[in-house]
Ligand binder design. Structure first.
Ligand code: COI
Length: 354
């Protein structure tokens, strides 16, 4: 790739690498040495810079803080052979970032800026990409309004940043989920399909109520009648019922997960029957009662393929078959992991090497 943007790089004096325990990487708490920033001013992206990871000055009048005009992405980099770093489907993350940007009235980020920023930052911090089994570099691009104005209007100034975290698994055990039929994550016409900060902020309280009852996460249902399964907030949800892979069809209240798309592509490639359609809570509960749900799992960048151990609904818990017996989700987890790490063929050209 030929560079088209000039990035000012201010490297750290002393790296924190030597003090980092790569055998114990809680998700999202350990940050690589550097971060990328760009400013949107006077209608264009400028001031491209990489600086030591750290706090940033921010006006107390920033609309991102008051009105949640803030979007993000989650993507991963993996340690390949010979020190290569392998990025998984980065341009799909950029596509989705720009879909979120449009919905949240924010400027689009051009591909050259995104890819050159990502390449320069990951390149500089390539020693932060974990070599340990199950480890990866979680890459968090995000954009927020940076006006100094507390009236409501389309903002004029924005900041785009990328920070990186070496991580292990997001869920370290199979997850227990509860079908949520009171609170709502997203509604038709809302922002549920965008990776907007507020979608996640508003989900914390209902998820906490479920966590207090021993669940890890919710399965959200539609905001109108709580009749149909949507997604799980940190991941999309998928089921194998009677040997068919079934997942809610995308809508404007469901995030178009890149892991979801990858799972569907592999399943179709393997000749499995796949259905993307509405799944009612009644249909799922019925299939659970009849023991026809062979597998249930979440699919997400952070969560990867997260087996669901149990589904709670209206005070009753429905356990699922033992994780070791789940043919499809174990196979797709392994295959995706091999592709991401460059250990097998990449038939869909998902991996971008740095
Ligand atoms: C991701 O999987 O990248 C996500 O954004 C989930 C996150 C909220 C941890």
């Amino acid at each position: 790739m030929t560079d088209t943007i000039a990035i000012d790089v201010q490297p750290v004096g002393t790296s924190r690498l030597a003090n980092t325990d790569f055998s114990n990487l809680p998700f999202g708490k350990v940050f690589a040495d550097h971060m990328f920033l760009a400013d949107y001013r006077d209608g264009e992206w400028k001031n491209f810079r990489i600086v030591p990871y750290g706090k940033i000055p921010i006006s107390p009048a920033t609309p991102a803080l008051h009105y949640g005009q803030s979007i993000f992405e989650g993507m991963k980099g993996f340690a390949g052979v010979n020190g290569d770093v392998l990025l998984f489907r980065p341009l799909d993350n950029l596509r989705r970032l720009n879909i979120s940007a449009e919905r949240m009235c924010m400027p689009l980020l051009p591909e050259d800026i995104f890819m050159e920023a990502l390449t320069a930052l990951v390149n500089l911090d390539r020693q932060w990409v974990p070599q340990v089994a199950g480890g990866s570099l979680y890459i968090r691009p995000f954009m927020f309004s940076a006006d100094e104005y507390i009236g409501i209007r389309p903002s004029q100034d924005f900041t785009f940043m990328i920070i990186n975290c070496p991580v292990g698994p997001y869920y370290s055990t199979p997850v227990r989920v509860k079908i949520e039929t009171h609170y709502t994550r997203a509604v038709a016409g809302g922002t549920g399909f965008a990776k907007a900060g507020g979608n996640y902020g508003g989900a914390i309280y209902p998820a906490k109520l479920a966590q207090d009852k021993g669940y890890h996460q919710l399965i959200w249902t539609d905001g109108k009648n709580h009749e149909y399964i949507e997604e799980s907030g940190t991941m999309n949800v998928m089921f194998v019922v009677d040997e068919v892979l079934v997942t809610p069809a995308l809508s404007d209240s469901i995030l178009a997960g890149i892991t979801r798309d990858s799972v569907l592509a592999l399943a179709r490639h393997w000749g499995m029957k796949v259905e993307e359609r509405k799944i009612s809570v009644a249909e799922l509960v019925n299939a659970l009662e009849q023991g026809r749900v062979q597998e249930a799992f979440g699919a997400g960048t952070a969560a990867t393929i997260a087996p669901i151990e149990l589904i709670g609904h209206q005070g009753k818990d429905y356990p699922l078959p033992p994780v070791g017996e789940r043919k499809f989700s174990n196979k797709v987890y392994n295959e995706l992991d091999l592709i991401k790490r460059g250990h097998t063929a990449d038939p869909f050209h998902w991996v971008v090497k740095i």
